[in-house]
Every structure is written in C-alpha cells, then in structure tokens.
Design a protein. Structure first.
Length: 556
C-alpha cells in the first residue's frame, strides 16, 4: 500500500497542541516498557488533545474520512477471518464491502502493519480506509461477541417459531428461557432498567448500569414479535394493541430472590420499544449519610429534616435518585410518635412505620385525590411521590401551612429553578414564601472503579474552565477499565447535590417575585446555597468520581 509519511509529533507542534519539550517527554514515556502506548495515546492520556480532536486532525491531514460506526450497518460475516481479540489489539475493523472495495475502520491509519494484515486477508479487492474512534470500534466488537454468545439460544427460538411449536403462554418455551437470560444478565450487572429496542436491522437489548446504557444482546428481527408478545403477556398487557403505549407489572424469582419488573411499551418506527424497570423487593433502605450528602450539605439537609412543618422539594431529572433520597429522609425521621403517610406511583419498597398508598389513575385515584383524603387521616409527615399538576401542588402547600411536614419532588435543573417552576404551575409567590423551607437538587455520578483507578491529567481546555474551582496542586483520577467494572472505568454511583435553604431574606425575595438568578446570588452571599458543581468537584478531588463525570451532569 502507499504509505504517506507524517510525523504526528511535528503535526501537533505545528497546530499548537504541544511544544518541543512536550514531545520529548512523550517520547520518553513511549520508551518505558511498562506502558507500551502509541504516541497518539500518550498525548491523549497526558491531556494535550482529546481523542476526537486527534482523529479530526489526522482525518484532515491525511485526507481520510472520519466514520461514525454507530450509523453503519456492519457486515459481521466479513469479520469472521479474524478473532475479536486480534482486531481489538490493533483497533482495526473491516466493516462492510461492495462491488469495488472492502471498507476498513482504524484508530491509527499510520499503523501500516495492521492495514497490510487486512489487505492480505482480502486480496480480491482493494481496501478503502476510514478513521474511527476507539470506543466506536470497541462497540462493534462488543456486538460481535454478544451475537456469538446468544447464537444457540436464538437458533432454538427460531426453530420453535418456524416449526409451529411456539406458544406465547408456554412457561418452558425457548422464548421464555431467552427472557430469563435477559433478566438474569441485567440483575447480575446491577442494572436498573432493561431496554428492548427494534430498529431497521435487528433488535438491541440494553441495560442501564450506573445510569448509562450498555448493550447486552443483539437479536435478529425475526424473533422480535415472539419476544415482545411474551413480555406483554407477563405484564398483563394487550398483545394485539401496538398503536399506543401500555404500562404493566410482573414479578419473577431470579437467582432465588423476588424481583418486581415495571413494564412500559411505546410504539416506535419498527415495532414497540419495551422498557422494564427492575425493583428489588429486598433492597435495603439507605441512611442519609450513605447517599453521598456530606459536609455543609449534610448539615443543611439535617436542618430541613428537623423542621416541624413546611414543604421540602427534591428536584432533578428522571433517574437522578430523588425517590431514594425521600426514602432515606423518611427513614431518618420515622418514629412511633409520628404518623407518616406516603403517596407513591409505584410503591418501590416497604418503609417501616409508614402507611404507603399506591395511586391508581384507572379509577381516577391520583395524587391530588389521595392527598386530599389523607389529610383526614391525621398525619404528621407526608410524602408525595411527585407533584404533577397545580391541584396537587396547592393541596401539598396548604398541608404544609397547617402544621404538616411535606416532602415531594419536581423536575427542575437546579434548586432555584424550583421556585420558578412552582410559580409556572400557578402557585402565588406569597404561598411559596410561606410554605417552602428548602430545595434539594441532585444528580447521580458514577464512582471510579477502585481496581483500575489512576491519577489523571485534565485536558488544557477543561482545566481553563475549572481552574477557579481547583487548588493549584490538584489531583484528579479516572478508571482505565478492567474486568471488575466491565471495562467502563466506573463502578456504582453516588449523589452530588446542592441545597437551597429558605432564609427570611430569601422568603421575602420570593414573595415579591424576584427571579431565580437574584435569589441564587443572595442565597450564596448568605451561605444558604452553593451550586452543585462545588460538590461534584469536591468528590472528584477525593478520587470518588471523575471530573468528566461531574461535567456530564452539571454545568458551570
């Protein structure tokens, strides 16, 4: 093949990413036998340039197109000449062919030895080279391995379907065995949700692990209808209805433990998207200090829990751990001397010393109806799973003004925005100022895997953005990826938060309708509020999470 000569170090110096000293340092690292990194990997690891920036630079300099592997239909038969281990070691991938070319993606077009290895394997056609990111090539190879591991099971399902022996209600059918494999796989990986998604080419099964979706299985489309129908039967859904969303629930014993699965279906272009939320019946209630709330935030949160009356809001997007925080708060203040009632959809797990109410929209027993009725139950503490409308919010506020301590949730991006959201829902500012005692805004960030954690250098542009928050001799960390964490670099999640305490001055500002920016500024001056980025960076400096994770869920 034609080899275009290019010196990567000289190119990066020319473009201003590094200087001569940086190049000498990188070459010295490259000589160290302990590392065996390519020069480009060293520059990325040392924070001089991101992997994507490096790929774009090489693409422009070499005239090689950068390909998005997620948007390509991969020909997995083409990969059969190589083991996935060889392809992963070289990060090179023949991904499709046509009448003229074999299309090949690589992270390093300057690795001529690997390119020639591909050329020798496919001598009948010339290759057309593309640049791809390392994660993109890993994604394709992961898919290849998933297809291989489920091949026998899928073949059994296909035989049942084609032979006419398949019955959707058969508990011992091959499709039921496949569902059990999907559920067991997700539970083994501590997933919170399972997503089954049909597309134009196949069916993808993904699990949400530590808040991030990862692919677990890839199936052919011809088993999708059988799979979807059996899951809908489990959840008591109408298998003939495919034009509108449906919700259901089922229970199953997996590995000798009882689990509930909350089921949701939605019509999409190529069928129905199916999502199953995993609810562990034996899940242990967390204590407040186990959530990740610490320091000044923990002191502020405990002050809110000691309040005799008022309303406390916990805010954040879906999947940010709001319900877990509410359960921990109620678990902290439960007492035989107080009557505690919760209104939930659904009841996720049992709370000691609490009367828990499950709403039922089908019989028009929603949050507002339940809340109105429980005020006659003489409660001291009330938890409303979610405020969805003005009526529920108004009743909750009235309850807090008549001597009840009320906990509930809203969907807002930060703590001060909760006040704006309450006004938008139709609540007069004077009622908010009289009832609201505090707002907790939170996110979940992934924790660095302790088995592959190492010190990490921030990229220059990231450091410039954060230097006001970092000490001069800062140390941050990242996970390099290992078998213990599924090569993600992360294991488990922890909460980061911000807490807005409603002081008399803040209460007055709310009552006269001042905006969230003025309220946030005044609260910071009074020491009653500190933005979430501070808590995230504090945990990153302690080595609990990474700066990249903090920036993924917060903004400066």
């Amino acid at each position: 093949m034609l080899q275009k000569k290019i010196r990567l170090g000289d190119l990066l110096i020319e473009k201003g990413y590094i200087d001569e000293n940086d190049l000498k340092k990188a070459l010295q690292i490259q000589k160290d036998e302990r590392y065996r990194y390519k020069l480009g990997e060293i520059f990325v690891n040392e924070g001089y340039i991101s992997e994507k920036e490096l790929a774009k630079l090489l693409s422009s300099q070499l005239g090689i197109e950068l390909v998005d592997m997620y948007g390509e239909e991969i020909d997995f038969e083409l990969l059969s000449k190589f083991s996935s281990k060889v392809l992963r070691s070289k990060y090179i991938l023949p991904f499709k062919e046509d009448s003229e070319y074999i299309y090949v993606a690589t992270t390093d077009p300057l690795d001529y030895e690997s390119v020639e290895m591909i050329e020798r394997a496919y001598p009948a056609k010339p290759i057309k080279l593309f640049l791809a990111l390392k994660d993109d090539i890993s994604y394709v190879l992961d898919r290849l391995e998933l297809i291989e591991t489920t091949k026998v099971l899928i073949n059994n399902v296909k035989k049942d379907i084609t032979s006419g022996t398949y019955r959707s209600d058969n508990e011992q059918s091959s499709i039921m065995q496949l569902i059990e494999v999907i559920l067991k796989n997700a539970i083994l990986k501590n997933a919170s949700d399972i997503h089954i998604e049909p597309n134009a080419f196949n069916v993808v099964v993904r699990s949400r692990i530590d808040g991030v979706l990862r692919e677990n299985f890839v199936f052919d489309l011809d088993i999708y209808n059988a799979l979807a129908s059996r899951i809908k039967i489990l959840g008591n859904l109408d298998i003939s209805e495919k034009r509108k969303s449906q919700d259901g629930r089922f229970s199953m014993k997996i590995n000798d433990k009882d689990y509930d699965f909350r089921l949701s279906t939605a019509p999409v272009m190529f069928g129905e998207s199916i999502v199953m939320r995993i609810l562990d019946q034996q899940k242990i209630l967390l204590k407040v200090n186990e959530l990740g709330i610490e320091g000044e935030n923990l002191e502020s949160f405990n002050e809110l829990l000691k309040s005799p009356f008022g309303i406390v809001l916990v805010t954040g997007p879906t999947g940010s751990g709001k319900t877990t925080t509410l359960y921990a708060a109620l678990n902290e203040i439960k007492s035989v001397e107080n009557k505690m009632i919760t209104i939930e959809d659904p009841i996720e797990y049992q709370l000691p010393l609490a009367q828990q109410i499950q709403i039922n929209e089908k019989i028009h027993y929603g949050f507002a109806e339940a809340l109105r009725s429980i005020l006659r139950q003489d409660p001291d503490i009330i938890m409303v799973g979610e405020v969805r409308d003005e009526e529920t919010l108004n009743i909750a506020v009235q309850a807090s003004l008549t001597g009840h301590l009320v906990f509930t949730t809203l969907h807002t991006n930060d703590a001060p925005s909760a006040i704006t959201r309450m006004v938008q829902m139709g609540l007069p500012p004077y009622l908010i100022s009289d009832s609201l005692i505090g707002v907790v805004a939170q996110r979940l960030v992934r924790k660095i895997c302790p088995y592959c954690k190492k010190e990490h250098k921030l990229q220059k542009n990231v450091y410039e953005k954060l230097k006001a928050y970092l000490p001069k001799d800062y140390k941050v960390y990242m996970g390099t990826g290992c078998e213990k964490c599924g090569f993600s670099g992360y294991s488990g999640r922890i909460l980061i938060c911000e807490i807005l305490q409603i002081t008399p001055a803040i209460s007055h500002m709310i009552s006269i309708g001042m905006n969230k920016y003025e309220i946030a500024k005044k609260a910071e001056e009074e020491g009653a509020y500190r933005p979430m980025i501070y808590d995230g960076i504090l945990k990153a400096l302690k080595g609990i999470t990474s700066i990249e994770e903090v920036l993924r869920v917060t903004r400066i």
